[in-house]
Design a protein around this ligand. Structure first.
Ligand code: NAI
Ligand code: MG
Length: 356
């Protein structure tokens, strides 16, 4: 039997509510399939930890995490600590430190969920955004000078390396090739950002020659935003830079019914380091403590984690259980028009996992 060690970082806000229930579903899938065991260790890193220690996680955190098979991450950020500190010192430090360069973010309108778009049914929204996750606009290069003076200035530089662009594009082509429709959209803004994105487009065209079976197109990011709303059924796999894909995937979550349904995996495809699985949503301080956070994104992240670890059957079991609960349309949280709470949705999914 396979044995996996999972590092768990619930983080802040609703991260603390959806992470434990996500673990319950993972445990149920382990028991039902009997093909693996999970050993979990939880780390209390987040905004409270920062207020006590002056940093989001200890200096040796990456060393500690490195020995795990995967990281199951809730969300970080709370009004008590500036957002750039929480995000940079925790999530981005892990993504960059572990070279998790492919951030995979599916958008799927599930049966039983009525999304905000008119005349779109399940099946019309079923695409995956591959986000470059280690450089681009979030490389962290830059600085501020003349602080506090009238001539204060800030420089935030986007970094695009040929190697960094090529590897994420190649990953996206492989993903597109593995899906029935085999379509890949290259999303840039090379008309306005004529240095970085012409390099990106050239690399895309070069890599495309190795994938003659994948149908490709080039779409500017602003036009793509409109297409998410007007014609999402035309989308299959998309690849985009760190910032563009960050923005587009919140929209992807919204058109799929709720941000509370959107999972994501930060992958180091070569498996030199652990990959990290986390919902697209943040810590939602506005609903924290009410017990009504939608746990589906976090539970689905668990399925993505199992799939990446090679436990396809267990992953399918969890995704199937999510489908069976949403399609009945009865036990849903308020963000998708229901009246159930986190516990009730989790219990319904647990029953579906056990009843397969
Ligand atoms: P958010 O994603 O936390 O919330 C946006 C809206 O969606 C809110 O109205 C919230 O109630 C709703 N929502 C989000 N997840 C939900 C769920 N599971 N169920 C039901 N409703 C849900 O984004 P926001 O408000 O911009 O950020 C809040 C904090 O989270 C900030 O500190 C931000 O920096 C942080 N954040 C952290 C991320 C991470 O850890 N990966 C990602 C995005 C934001
Ligand atoms: Mg985001």
């Amino acid at each position: 039997m396979q044995h996996y060690r999972i590092a768990v970082i619930p983080g802040d806000g609703i991260g603390q509510e959806v992470t434990p229930v996500g673990l319950e579903v993972l445990e149920a899938a382990a028991q039902e399939t009997g093909s693996f065991q999970l050993e979990t260790e939880s780390f209390p890193w987040g905004s409270d930890y920062y207020l006590q220690h002056g940093q989001m996680m200890p200096d040796n955190a990456l060393k500690t995490l490195e020995s795990f098979d995967a990281i199951y991450f809730g969300a970080v950020g709370f009004p008590t600590v500036p957002d750039h500190i929480t995000l940079w010192q925790l999530r981005l430090a892990i993504c960059q430190g572990f070279d998790q360069y492919a951030n995979v973010r599916p958008s799927l309108l599930l049966p039983g969920v009525s999304g905000p778009l008119k005349n779109k049914a399940p099946g019309d929204i079923d695409f995956v955004v591959v986000r470059e996750n280690t450089e681009g606009e979030y490389s962290g290069a830059g600085g501020r000078v003349h602080r506090g003076l009238p001539l204060e200035m800030a420089v935030q530089t986007a970094i695009f390396t040929r190697a960094g662009v090529e590897r994420v594009i190649r990953f996206a082509f492989e993903l597109a090739r593995s899906r029935p429709r085999k379509r890949l959209a290259n999303v840039t803004k090379s008309n306005a950002q004529a240095h970085a994105f012409t390099l990106w487009d050239e690399v895309f065209d070069e890599v495309a020659r190795d994938y003659a079976d994948v149908w490709t197109e080039r779409v500017l990011v602003d036009a793509m935003a409109a297409r998410f709303v007007l014609k999402p059924e035309s989308l299959d796999v998309l690849v985009a830079s760190n910032l563009f894909a960050d923005i587009l995937t919140d929209l992807g979550g919204a058109i799929s019914g709720s941000l509370g349904m959107a999972p994501s995996g930060n992958l180091n495809p070569e498996r030199r380091y652990p990959s990290m699985f986390e919902p697209v949503h943040g810590s939602a301080p506005d609903i924290y403590g009410k017990g009504i956070a939608n746990p589906i994104a976090m539970i689905w992240c668990g399925a993505m984690m199992l799939e990446f670890l090679g436990q396809r059957e267990a992953a399918d079991l969890i995704v199937g259980a999510i489908h069976s609960v949403t399609s009945k349309g009865k036990v849903l949280t308020p963000d998708v028009g229901g009246r159930a709470n986190t516990r009730e949705v989790t219990d319904a999914i647990l029953s579906a996992v056990r009843a397969h």
